[in-house]
Design a protein around this ligand. Structure first.
Ligand SMILES: NC(=O)c1ccc[n+]([C@@H]2O[C@H](COP(=O)([O-])OP(=O)(O)OC[C@H]3O[C@@H](n4cnc5c(N)ncnc54)[C@H](OP(=O)(O)O)[C@@H]3O)[C@@H](O)[C@H]2O)c1
Length: 346
């Protein structure tokens, strides 16, 4: 049985779901792939819980359940100081220990460091892991949307980096683009609705996803150079208007101001969609008029849709569509990424 040791950074909705998927897929992984995922450490924003012997032991399934229960109650891992034989490191010790564990394991069996946090603070650790030739799996978009300098350090060994869930959650967006690129196809335009309306009316989350895709296509862009049209004006921003006021009064004002644009688009046989457009050196996020009978035009509900136009998909684009958010599908995407790395482990 091949063992893949891993450290998980981030134990929120996605991280906890990932731990649960790992436990519930043990039989499938063993029978179909001859693989066992061995969780040797879990970190939240303040602490790292790790096993006493990183080479031979792992967090057992009961402990994984306990960690998930504790984290879903809003507690910190640091409250587990006396839990079993495990060690708990806090604050700066956490970073030192993740790096130490990584350096030992990368040199012996290999290690996957999985980032399911929503923080930029993990970037330093990830860069060290990349430098040591370790494997990295990301749901967190921030490490890939930091400066180009940080990005180059992270993608040092592209085969060892997986980040499918950073764009479109579990949808095969990154994989599909990589397959087109590796086959020599030329992608000339990507238009995508990649927002989750519950947490992204300002457009920055979509801008991060657009940046990840644009950089994959070879654009050397910084986040602040992406043109982003926010769906609300500054005077309705989080610092100027409460959520209650925004929902009660702000949204209806925004509806009124968009009504004219909707009407004009309809008169052209089009609809308005909030999308990212990546084309040549252009990368922008905002409202666009799109044909009513295109995949994006037909979009209903909260699905994500990506239209990819390339040499092979010129008239009719390649369409990738489905749920683009949710802990379950996001964690499933992360898990599939980890399994995809199995050939790199001894
Ligand atoms: N949910 C989705 O539908 C979805 C879809 C695609 C991508 N994603 C991405 O997946 C990531 C996780 O999302 P989520 O919904 O699970 O977020 P979340 O519930 O806010 O959880 C974030 C977790 O990260 C931990 N954390 C913060 N800083 C950390 C650090 N420096 N080192 C280690 N852990 C740290 C937090 O610790 P504390 O518990 O101590 O606060 C928390 O456990 C995000 O980057 C998100 O953008 C989510």
């Amino acid at each position: 049985m091949k063992s893949i040791p891993l450290i998980l950074m981030g134990c929120g909705g996605v991280g906890r779901q990932l731990l649960q998927h790992i436990v519930s897929c043990r039989d499938i992984h063993a029978l179909n792939y001859g693989v066992r995922l061995r969780v040797v450490g879990v970190a939240d924003s303040k602490s790292l819980l790790s096993v006493p012997d990183i080479f031979t032991t792992e967090l057992d399934d009961h402990s994984v359940d306990e960690i998930c229960r504790l984290k879903s109650n809003g507690s910190s891992l640091s409250s587990l100081t006396s839990y079993g034989d495990y060690q708990v490191f806090s604050n700066s010790e956490t970073i030192t220990n993740i790096t130490e564990v990584a350096s030992h394991l990368v040199r012996s069996t290999g290690l996957a460091v999985v980032d399911c946090s929503a923080s930029s603070d993990t970037i330093g650790i990830l860069q060290k892991v990349a430098e040591m030739n370790g494997c990295i799996v990301l749901a967190n978009k921030k490490p890939l949307t930091s400066s180009m300098e940080d990005y180059d350090k992270l993608v040092l060994h592209p085969r060892r980096l997986r980040h499918e869930s950073t764009v479109g959650a579990g949808l095969p967006v990154i994989m599909s683009i990589n397959r087109l690129l590796s086959s020599g196809d030329t992608i000339h335009r990507i238009v995508g609705s990649l927002s989750d309306p519950r947490d992204d009316l300002g457009g920055m989350d979509v801008a991060r996803k657009a940046l990840i895709v644009a950089r994959l296509l070879g654009q050397r862009l910084e986040l602040d150079s992406i043109k982003v049209e926010s769906l609300y004006p500054a005077e309705m921003g989080p610092n100027a208007m409460s959520v209650e006021d925004f929902l009660a009064n702000g949204v209806s004002q925004l509806d009124n101001s968009l009504a004219d644009r909707v009407e004009k688009a309809a008169s052209n046989g089009n609809v308005l969609r909030y999308v990212c457009v990546i084309e040549g050196s252009r990368c922008e996020v905002g409202i666009q008029e799109l044909p009513k009978n295109s995949a994006l035009g037909r979009l209903r509900g909260s699905d994500n849709v990506l239209e990819v136009y390339s040499r092979c998909y010129s008239e009719q684009p390649l369409i990738i569509q489905g749920a683009g958010a949710g802990n379950d599908t996001t964690a499933a995407g992360v898990l599939a990424d980890i399994l995809d790395l199995q050939d790199l482990f001894t």
